[in-house]
Design a protein around this ligand. Sequence first.
Ligand SMILES: Cc1cc2nc3c(=O)[nH]c(=O)nc-3n(C[C@H](O)[C@H](O)[C@H](O)COP(=O)(O)OP(=O)(O)OC[C@H]3O[C@@H](n4cnc5c(N)ncnc54)[C@H](O)[C@@H]3O)c2cc1C
Ligand code: FES
Length: 284
Amino acid sequence: MPIQFRAEVLDVRKSGAYSVLSVTAAGMPELARPGHFVTVSIGGEESSMLLRRAFAIYQVKSRGVYGGTLEIVVGVEGKGSKWLSERRRHDILDIVGPLGRPFILPKERVPCVLVAGGYGSAGMFMLAEQLRDRGCRVDVVMGASVESKLFGVLEMKRASSKLIITTEDGSAGEQGRVTDVLGSVIDKSEAAVVYACGPMGMLSAVAGIAAEHRAYSQCSVEEAMACGIGVCMTCVLPVIGPDGVTRMVRSCVEGPVFRGDRVRWSDVGTIPADVFGAPVVEES
Ligand SMILES: Cc1cc2nc3c(=O)[nH]c(=O)nc-3n(C[C@H](O)[C@H](O)[C@H](O)COP(=O)(O)OP(=O)(O)OC[C@H]3O[C@@H](n4cnc5c(N)ncnc54)[C@H](O)[C@@H]3O)c2cc1C
Ligand code: FES
């Protein structure tokens, strides 16, 4: 069960294009799993920005002087994330989490590939650590448009068995996209599972490449969210169930992690006519 808590900002540091916020979070770290996210109330008590904003859980520590801490990585997109990136030590935030369904970890010691686009790496560090603790080989592919939009390169080097970097402008690593190198990384490592987090276009391509190379994929989607707790249906996307029927599924509670081969990527943002419960259009 998620909890709602008042969090004191302990530290805000810059990392490339991102701000990393470290806050108190007593009771929350014990509940957090890789792939979970939190939502943060924005703008203070008088704010007209009513909707909470979602952020992946980057790091948690359950012990220490503060009795538990949480770290999130904030890239500035609009007003809410800008406000958050401007918080300072001792500011108070209202946070709910952990939310969503986490990544499923393999029972066997199978090789895994992690793919992260931009700040999508934030939720991958805990995952890499836990996979390696289970004896899995963990190859990581991190990509971004430019070097400053990569997050946590040195840390990921330590957390992974091998790290491959791509940038679209060639400012770091290989020039190109994560999808340009993914096929050969899966083949070389003989990966059984591919975990991915990043923009929808990237996830769609990653799921396709994983399937071509006979790997099972789990993708953490970033569908726009409003309530974050399953009430408003803002975050739905078409997902094929085990019975072969497509349903509009809430990414905040049934996700954000989905099997890559189950999401109808090309229909995201629409309600396909064959989806369960879709409105029937009568011919006149
Ligand atoms: C599960 C999940 C995990 C995320 N993790 C991170 C993270 O670790 N670091 C990070 O920087 N960002 C993350 N995001 C994206 C972040 O939530 C948005 O950038 C942020 O909500 C934008 O708010 P804003 O007020 O700055 O922008 P605005 O564009 O003004 O936001 C307006 C509304 O649109 C929604 N929205 C806008 N862009 C997005 C988006 N890309 N994804 C989802 N909702 C959006 C917001 O919730 C808000 O209600 C995550 C999103 C989700 C759903
Ligand atoms: S964001 Fe409201 S149901 Fe998912």
